[in-house]
Write a protein that binds this ligand. Structure first.
Ligand code: AN7
Length: 367
């Protein structure tokens, strides 16, 4: 039985026999081949989707939260706190509930998706809506956790990064090696930092022979790393990544530069197009922020970015799996589509309403 990321990757994580493991058996998410997206990107390319929405609370945050909460308990903490665009608060609330910790979350008022808010509330966290944006909320959390004996569980907490790097291990374990490109949405930039750390550690441990190029994507209205300066009033429909001053900015730039990758931005229209395409053509429902990784790959493909990339035969582990020798791109789909039902309903036409009569239904079907 899969026992969660701490037990499965214990030797790569800062835990001991004395660490009380708080887990919801997170991780082990599917790596799904994306037939339609692959064909759009071009010949000789395989696109895979790491469906992180299938974690226990519906996002990748659970990988980091199992570590942060386990270490908080080990260190005797009774009280944790975070700022959140939604998913961190949902995960912190769930793992705190399981561990018996008090949990307070600060969210930007009116700016988090309904599913995420409902999670934080039902798991019994104290939810405080701040009249400001995520960056304002995170500044307040930093100040409060500096002054009071409260553990901060945002990704500034290094244990969060440690847990999240296990996503890279799973991808290498599934593919038999690291992919050639790793595409990921960037908000507070913790996850791109974590994945890059994970890939490097797996290669050092000889579990992979190469490193991917890291491709990070911000939303156009919230693209501080692309622009090179903080964004005071970030805006995007992808509320999860509506962040103007990422905490792990420097580390994200390091991942980009060390890997020879890039950090680019995608418009809300491109995000929504990828969001709908994933649902309609791949059968994979994600929240808008997650679609930024696929939107970014499609944007780069249009420019011919992947045409120059060739897989050198000697770098392949030769697993002989389907399509080996092709360029492999992994897109991280960070959160589940059910997190933001309002966006789904607003994105497509409403259901038809007809009389409860056979002819009315047949007429609507067009039979
Ligand atoms: C679905 O929950 O920052 O670059 O407070 O929920 O590691 O921040 C969420 C971020 C991408 C960006 N996709 O990851 C929060 C929060 C989804 C997210 C990101 C988030 P980072």
């Amino acid at each position: 039985m899969w026992k969660g990321v701490i037990e499965e990757y214990r030797k790569f994580l800062p835990v001991t026999d004395k660490t009380p493991v708080v887990t919801l058996n997170e991780g082990n998410t599917p790596l799904v081949y994306a037939c339609h997206v692959s064909s759009l990107v071009g010949e000789g390319v395989e696109v895979y989707l790491k469906y992180e929405g299938l974690n226990p609370t519906g996002s990748f945050k659970d990988r980091g939260m199992t570590m942060a909460i386990s270490k908080a308990i080990e260190e005797g903490s009774k009280f944790v706190m975070c700022a959140s665009t939604g998913n961190t608060s949902a995960s912190a609330a769930a793992y705190s509930a399981r561990a018996g910790l008090k949990c307070v979350v600060l969210i930007p008022e009116g700016a988090i998706a309904l599913g995420k808010l409902s999670q934080a509330m039902i798991h019994n966290a104290k939810v405080i809506a701040v009249k400001g944006n995520f960056d304002d909320a995170l500044n307040l959390v930093r100040e409060i956790t500096d002054k009071y004996p409260i553990t901060l569980v945002n990704s500034i907490n290094p244990y969060r990064i440690e847990g999240q790097k296990t996503g890279a291990f799973e991808i290498c374990d599934s593919l038999g090696d690291a992919p050639d490109f790793h595409a990921i949405p960037v908000g507070n930039a913790g996850n791109i930092t974590a994945y890059w750390k994970g890939y490097k550690e797996y290669k050092a441990a000889k579990k992979a022979t190469k490193l991917p190029k890291m491709l990070g994507f911000q939303a156009e209205g919230a693209a501080p790393i692309v622009l090179g300066h903080p964004v005071k009033d970030p805006h995007t429909i992808a509320t999860a990544i509506k962040i103007g001053n990422p905490a792990s900015w420097k580390q994200a730039e390091a991942a980009r530069d060390e890997s020879g990758g890039l950090i680019d931005m995608v418009t809300d229209d491109e995000i929504l197009a990828a969001y709908k395409l994933l649902a309609a053509k791949e059968g994979v429902f994600v929240e808008p922020a997650s679609a930024a990784s696929v939107a970014g790959v499609l944007k780069l493909a249009k420019k011919g970015y992947f045409k120059g990339a060739r897989v050198h035969p000697s770098t392949s582990l030769g697993t002989g799996g389907p399509g080996s020798g092709k360029i492999k791109i992994v897109c991280i789909l960070t959160g589940h589509g059910l997190k933001d039902p309002d966006r789904a309903i607003a994105s497509v036409s409403k259901p038809a309403v007809v009389e409860a009569k056979l002819d009315a239904v047949l007429k609507e079907i067009g039979i």
